[in-house]
Design a binder for this molecule. Structure first.
Ligand code: APR
Length: 253
């Protein structure tokens, strides 16, 4: 009679492989997206109840939308600022702090998130590709200022030149800050292991960092609830909540 073999937890093998990659490496680069903050209560973008479901991208996340109706855009960003003000880093963020402690200067955290939770958790080497909800930028004099997460006026103006302020966020149709982008590419070239965590990997150029890491010979590990556009470039996938998978992986080191 045939007895089916009792399989261990199907996560054991990928966790072991990812832990081995980390043990063998001196350099780690990490790309995060909205999924790492989901367990902190911040909605992602492309889920069925995601942010882009209720807010047409063209209206609230493009320079054209801002020109058309800056009040609407500021209402949207003030609401996001208020929601982030309530949020705390989760175990996934904290695991990345522990990894920075392990790899020190060999660690770089590249994030598409604008919520500032990686820095709040304690990461130091953080590259914010898409800007920050905490900062404003003057549309006239270009002055950039950190305003924390306190609510701003409905139509805030620059204290220096009284020009209209905008969120210091990279919108669709806009370039990434070039210095930040170049540092990210450099970190990807340098890394022996690359993590891609909680991103659907559809927005360029950030998503292009995954094939870049792969082509450059890094071991690539994906953390997500499901497979994504990045999965084909990954050596290992850890499918489950990042706030559970990252601590599980760390406990093996
Ligand atoms: N753990 C791991 N992954 C998760 C979790 C979780 N708890 N919850 C959700 N995810 C995954 C989803 O499966 C999805 O693949 O996170 C991903 C979130 O994808 P998006 O909503 O598309 O967010 P992101 O990839 O960060 O978007 C990129 O697009 O909207 C613009 O500029 C914005 O920075 C953003 C960019």
């Amino acid at each position: 009679m045939h007895h089916p073999i009792e399989h261990d937890d199907p996560l054991e093998e990928p966790l072991d492989r990812a832990a081995n990659y980390l043990r063998d490496a001196q350099t780690l680069a990490v790309l995060t997206g909205a999924g790492i903050s989901a367990e902190s209560g911040i909605p992602t973008f492309r889920a069925s109840d995601g942010l882009w479901e209720n807010h047409p991208i063209e209206e609230v996340a493009t320079p054209e939308g801002f020109e058309r109706d800056p009040r609407l855009v500021w209402r949207f960003y003030n609401a996001r600022r208020a929601s982030v003000a309530q949020a705390q880093p989760n175990p996934g963020h904290r695991a990345l702090v522990a990894l920075e402690q392990r790899y020190q200067d060999g660690f770089t955290l590249i994030t598409q998130n604008v919520d500032g939770l990686h820095t709040l958790a304690g990461n130091r080497s953080v590259l914010e590709l898409h800007g920050s909800l905490r900062r404003t930028r003057c549309t006239v004099c270009g002055d950039i200022a950190d305003r924390g997460l306190e609510p701003l006026d409905e139509l805030p103006h620059c204290p220096k030149c009284s020009g209209l302020l905008r969120p210091d966020i990279v919108w669709f149709h806009e370039m990434l800050p070039q210095d930040v982008w170049l540092s990210a590419v450099e970190a990807v070239y340098r890394c022996q292991v690359f993590f891609v965590i909680g991103t659907s990997a559809v927005v360029c150029p950030a998503a292009g960092l995954v094939p870049l890491a792969r082509r450059n010979g890094a071991r690539v590990v994906e953390f997500n609830l499901t497979r994504t556009e990045a999965s084909r470039y990954c050596d290992v996938g850890l499918y489950g909540p990042a706030g559970e998978m990252l601590p599980k992986l760390l406990s093996r080191l």
